[in-house]
Design a protein around this ligand. Structure first.
Ligand code: NAD
Length: 244
């Protein structure tokens, strides 16, 4: 059976663990030639043969620029890197705010700006951005900088999509609910009562469970494949009903 991404090349950021890694595995399974990048190269170990790996800090503009200059256009760019700052505006320093926007939004701007001319030159491509149900649709307590930055991802996605639709570029973002990934586990452990914290995270989804990274990755495959060829500028919620 031919994979849905046969013959395509894909670049994934933050691919060492969580949804970025699940995306790499799903894209490779579907036949894509994948370049998996992460801040921490040790996390890129153990990916299937055929996946190329590369250390890349998406906050390092010069490194991102040099990396893209040295490569051919990709068909698929997945901007996955991001992080959660917890707290209200009163808990959020200017440095916290800046870091949230730098990692969650500015990094997408820098990498996309570098890669897009190559994609246009190659006749088109697909860009997928990582947003969240928080910010892109609803708020939750103690997520001020996170929600604001993920809302910006949805706006960035729409603006990019409308500007480049006539050049064969499609751009969408995914808005997951709560996904069982290593960083979520770390955040749960940081609570005074981790058992209760996990129950609280589960309760946010009417489905009564967390998502797995693998099931969210099936939506990534759909959005970067030709199955979604008439879709651009959209924020797609995969959230166990959290946005309802
Ligand atoms: P994770 O947070 O467990 O892993 C994040 C990865 O990003 C790590 O491998 C880390 O090394 C890498 N990384 C961190 N800083 C980096 C940098 N400067 N450059 C390159 N890589 C860097 O994975 P996750 O929970 O799947 O989160 C991935 C994305 O999904 C994030 O944008 C996050 O905001 C978003 N998201 C997560 C959830 C969730 O519940 N887990 C829900 C919605 C959205």
């Amino acid at each position: 059976m031919t994979g849905r991404l046969q013959g395509k090349s894909a670049l994934v950021t933050a691919a060492g663990q969580g949804m970025g890694r699940a995306a790499v595995l799903a894209f490779a399974r579907e036949g894509a030639r994948v370049i998996a990048t992460d801040l921490k190269p040790e996390l890129l170990a153990g990916l299937p043969a055929g996946v190329s790996t590369r250390q890349l800090d998406v906050l390092d503009d010069a490194a991102v620029q040099a990396f893209v200059e040295g490569m051919a256009a990709v068909d698929i760019l997945f901007n996955c890197a991001g992080y959660v700052h917890q707290g209200t505006i009163l808990d959020c320093s200017v440095a916290d705010w800046d870091f949230s926007f730098d990692l969650n939004v500015r990094s997408m701007f820098v990498l996309t700006k570098a890669m897009l001319p190559k994609m246009i030159g190659a006749g088109g491509g697909v860009i997928l951005n990582m947003a969240s149900v928080l910010g892109a649709h609803k708020a939750a307590p103690n997520r001020l900088a996170y929600a604001a930055s993920k809302a910006a991802v949805a706006g960035f996605t729409r603006a990019l999509a409308v500007d480049h639709v006539k050049q064969g570029i499609r751009v969408n973002c995914v808005c997951p609910g709560t996904v069982d990934t290593p960083s979520l586990g770390d955040r749960i452990q940081a609570f005074a009562d981790p058992v209760q914290a996990r129950k609280d995270f589960v309760a946010r989804q009417p489905m009564g469970r967390l998502a797995t990274a693998e099931e969210i990755a099936e939506t990534f495959v759909y959005l970067v494949s030709d199955e979604s060829s008439f879709m651009t500028g959209q924020a797609i919620f995969v959230d166990g009903g959290m946005s309802l």
